[in-house]
Design a binder for this molecule. Structure first.
Ligand SMILES: Cc1cc2nc3c(=O)[nH]c(=O)nc-3n(C[C@H](O)[C@H](O)[C@H](O)COP(=O)(O)OP(=O)(O)OC[C@H]3O[C@@H](n4cnc5c(N)ncnc54)[C@H](O)[C@@H]3O)c2cc1C
Length: 604
C-alpha cells in the first residue's frame, strides 16, 4: 500500500449532520475512540438548514398528544409501508431525545408557562414540532456539535469518504480524501456509521445542499448492503419558484402551520377541493375552522393546506398544469392575509418566520408580511435508503450502521414534516450505541491494502484523462435535467425507461470524466468523484419506480394513479447481484403487532 496517513478508530461516523453527531456522542460516551468525517465544515451539514422543527409527542401544547397518536400519524403518513418497529421506537423515544437536547443547552421557543413550544405541521394531529423560530436545525447542530466536542470525538472536516474497506463481509473502515489538500487517508475502524443524508442533487429543482450526492447509499450498496424503498422521493410542495437562481429553495411548512394559505391565480383556496377520504374526518371543511386550528383552537380541525406533502404537492402541480398557476409557474402562498385577523400581523410574522422573511426579502425582493409568495414543488427528501435493523440500525453488512436520511424504514412511502429531525436524534443515538457495542464485541477487522490502492487509483484517473475527458459538471447537469423531467413528481413507465437508458449512457461518459488543474480544492475533481454515486442511485430510483405499479405517498404514477391493495404488502429491496448489477425484489412489509393494530384503529 502506498504510504497514506492511517487514523484508527473504534467507531467511525461518516457525516456530521444531526444523525452523525448524535451517533458520535453516543459512541464516545460508551468509551469508544470515535471520529466524525464530514464533507463540509463542522456545523455546516445540511441539518443546519432545517427550519420548522422536530416532532415529538410531548403534549406541551395539546395534552391529548401521546406516542400512540404520533405512531399512528407516522404510519398513516407513510401509507403503512413504514417499518412499524422503527415508527414505534421513534414515537416513544423522541420526547426524551428532545429533552436531552434541552439539557445540553438547546434553546427552544416557549409556551406561556415556560415549556418547550410545539407547532402544527402537515399530517400531525396535534401541535407537535418543538422549534426555535424557523431555525431549529441550526440550534440542533450547534448543541450537538458543542456537546460532541466536549465528549472527546475527533473531527475530520472537509474530508470525503470514497469507499468502505471490507474484511470479507464485514466493514473494517473507510478510505477518504482531504478536499482541501487532495490527500488520501485510511481510517481503519471496528464499526462504521453512515449518516450522509440524501440524494437531492440528482434532481434539478431541489431544496437540498450540495452535500446530497447519495454517497452513503452508494457506499453501502457497493459494500454489499441492501437498499429499500428507493422509489419514494419526497417532493416538498413549497419551494421558491422565482427568481430562477433560487428555484427550489425551501419555504417551510411552518408558514402554513402559522396560518399561511395556498391560492391559485383566481384567488381560490384550491386545497378544499381535494381532501383524501382517509383525512376527511380530521380536516376542516371551511376556512374559518382552518384558521382557528392554526391559532390553537382544540375543537377545530386542520386546514387542508396541512395535509401530507405528497398530496399538497400534487394538488399544486394540478393547478399549474390546468393553467391556474402563478406568473412564474407555481401557486400563491399567502401569510400576509392574516392581517385581517391579527392587528400586529407584521411583527407576528417576523417573529414566527424570521428566516422566511429574510429569505424572500433578500432573494426575491418580496415582503411576505405584505404580499403572497410564489411557490411550487421541490425535490426535498428520500424516504428510501439503506435497509437497517429497526432496533440496532445495523445494515445487512456486519459492522456497518446507518442513521438519518440515508437510512430507510421509518417514513414508509411519505415522511411527515418534523419527523426527520427527531429521526436523527432517536436513530442517531441507537446507531451510536449499537456501533459501540459491535466495536467492543468484535474487535478490529483486517485491512486489505489492495482495496486502498485500487480506490486511490480510481480516484486519480480523472486527472490522467485531463481536458480530453468528459466534463463532470456537464454530466451532472444532464442527469439533473432528465431525472427531474422523467422520474419526477408525476411518473410514467415509458419516460422512466428512457431515464434508465440515459443513465446507462451517462455512466459510460462519467467513466471517462477528465479534469485539469491541481489536486488542492479542485471542485471539478470533487464532482467527478460524486458522479458514480449519483448515477447508481438514480438508476435505483428509476428501477424501483418502474416496478411499483401503483401510486402511493411520494410515488405518483400517471399510468397507475390508484393505490393497490397488493402493493400495500411489499417494500422493494435492491442489492448488488452476482453480475454486479442492481437486483430488485419484493419483500413483505414488517408486520404490525396486535397492539400496533389497535393503536392505529383507535386513531383513525
Ligand atoms: C431547507 C430544509 C428544511 C428542512 N426542515 C426540516 C424540519 O423543519 N424538520 C425536519 O424534521 N426535517 C427538515 N428537513 C429535512 C432534514 O433537515 C434532513 O432530512 C436532515 O437534516 C438530514 O440529516 P442527516 O444527519 O441525515 O444528514 P445531513 O445533515 O445532511 O448530514 C450529512 C453529512 O454527511 C456528510 N457527507 C455526505 N457524504 C459524505 C462523504 N462521502 N464523506 C464524508 N462525509 C459525507 C455531509 O458533509 C454532512 O456532514 C429540512 C430539509 C431542508 C432541505
Amino acid at each position: 500500500m502506498a504510504e497514506y496517513p492511517v487514523h484508527e478508530y473504534d467507531v467511525l461516523v461518516v457525516g456530521a449532520g444531526g444523525a452523525g453527531l448524535r451517533a458520535a456522542i453516543e459512541a464516545s460516551a460508551a468509551g469508544c475512540k470515535t471520529a466524525v468525517i464530514t464533507k463540509s465544515l463542522l456545523g455546516k451539514a445540511h441539518t443546519v438548514m432545517a427550519e420548522g422543527g422536530m416532532a415529538a409527542a410531548m403534549g406541551n401544547v395539546d395534552d391529548r398528544d401521546s406516542w400512540r397518536v404520533h405512531f399512528a400519524d407516522t404510519m398513516r403518513g407513510g401509507q403503512y409501508l413504514n417499518n412499524c418497529r422503527m415508527a414505534e421506537l421513534h414515537a416513544k423515544e423522541a420526547p426524551a431525545r428532545v429533552y436531552e437536547l434541552e439539557a445540553w443547552g438547546a434553546i427552544f421557543d416557549r409556551t406561556q408557562d415556560g415549556r418547550i413550544l410545539q407547532r402544527n405541521f402537515g399530517g400531525h394531529r396535534y401541535p407537535r414540532l418543538a422549534h426555535v423560530g424557523d431555525r431549529t436545525g441550526l440550534e440542533m447542530i450547534r448543541t450537538l456539535q458543542d456537546h460532541g466536542i466536549h465528549q472527546g470525538m475527533d473531527v475530520y472536516a472537509e474530508h470525503t469518504v470514497l469507499t468502505l474497506l471490507m474484511d470479507g463481509n464485514r466493514c473494517a473502515g473507510a478510505f477518504a480524501y482531504d478536499r482541501e489538500r487532495g490527500r488520501f487517508k485510511v481510517f481503519p475502524a471496528k464499526a462504521v456509521v453512515l449518516a450522509t443524508g440524501g440524494v437531492g442533487r440528482a434532481f434539478k429543482v431541489t431544496s437540498n445542499s450540495w452535500e446530497y450526492t447519495a454517497d452513503g447509499q452508494a457506499l453501502a450498496y457497493n459494500a454489499g448492503a441492501s437498499l429499500l424503498d428507493m422509489e419514494f422521493v419526497q417532493f416538498h410542495p413549497t419551494g421558491m419558484v422565482w427568481p430562477p437562481s433560487v428555484k427550489g429553495i425551501l419555504v417551510t411548512e411552518g408558514v402554513r402551520g402559522e396560518g399561511g394559505v395556498l391560492r391559485n391565480k383566481d384567488g381560490k383556496r384550491f386545497m378544499f377541493d381535494d381532501i383524501p377520504e382517509n383525512y376527511r374526518s380530521s380536516t376542516a371543511d371551511n376556512e374559518e375552522e382552518g384558521w382557528r386550528y392554526t391559532q390553537g383552537d382544540k375543537s377545530a380541525r386542520r386546514p387542508p393546506e396541512l395535509l401530507t406533502r405528497d398530496h399538497v404537492a400534487r394538488c399544486i402541480n394540478r393547478e399549474v398544469k390546468a393553467g391556474r398557476g402563478s406568473p412564474h409557474g407555481g401557486v400563491f402562498l399567502d401569510i400576509a392575509w392574516i392581517k385581517e385577523k391579527l392587528p400586529n400581523s407584521i411583527e407576528h410574522i417576523k417573529k414566527k418566520l424570521p428566516s422566511m422573511y429574510h429569505q424572500f426579502k433578500q432573494l426575491a425582493d418580496l415582503d411576505i408580511t405584505k404580499e403572497p409568495m410564489e411557490v411550487g414543488p421541490t425535490t426535498h427528501y428520500i424516504m428510501g435508503g439503506i435497509q437497517v435493523d429497526g432496533d440496532t440500525q445495523m445494515s445487512s453488512v456486519a459492522g456497518l450502521f446507518a442513521a438519518g436520511e440515508c437510512a430507510a424504514g421509518l417514513h414508509g412511502a411519505n415522511r411527515l414534516g418534523g419527523n426527520s429531525l427527531s429521526d436523527l436524534l432517536v436513530f442517531g443515538q441507537r446507531a451510536g450505541e449499537y456501533a459501540a457495542k459491535f466495536a467492543k464485541e468484535s474487535g478490529a477487522g483486517k485491512l486489505d491494502h489492495s482495496q486502498v490502492d485500487a480506490a486511490a487509483q480510481a480516484a486519480l484517473a480523472p486527472f490522467e484523462r485531463g481536458a480530453a475527458g468528459e466534463n463532470p459538471f456537464a454530466v451532472q447537469s444532464e442527469l439533473q435535467d432528465f431525472m427531474q423531467e422523467l422520474v419526477g413528481i408525476v411518473r410514467i413507465e415509458s419516460e422512466m425507461q428512457q431515464a434508465i437508458e440515459k443513465i446507462h449512457a451517462l455512466r459510460a461518459r462519467a467513466a471517462k470524466a477528465g479534469i485539469t488543474g491541481n489536486i488542492e480544492y479542485n471542485t471539478g475533481w470533487h464532482t467527478a468523484l460524486d458522479l458514480d454515486n449519483m448515477l447508481i442511485i438514480s438508476e435505483m430510483i428509476a428501477m424501483a419506480a418502474i416496478e411499483r405499479k401503483e401510486s402511493r405517498g411520494g410515488h405518483f404514477r400517471d399510468d397507475y394513479p390508484d393505490k393497490s391493495a397488493e402493493w400495500a404488502k411489499y417494500n422493494l429491496r435492491i442489492s448488488k447481484g452476482a453480475d454486479g448489477r442492481p437486483q430488485l425484489e419484493r419483500v413483505p412489509v414488517v408486520p404490525l403487532t396486535d397492539e400496533m393494530k389497535q393503536v392505529i384503529e383507535e386513531n383513525k
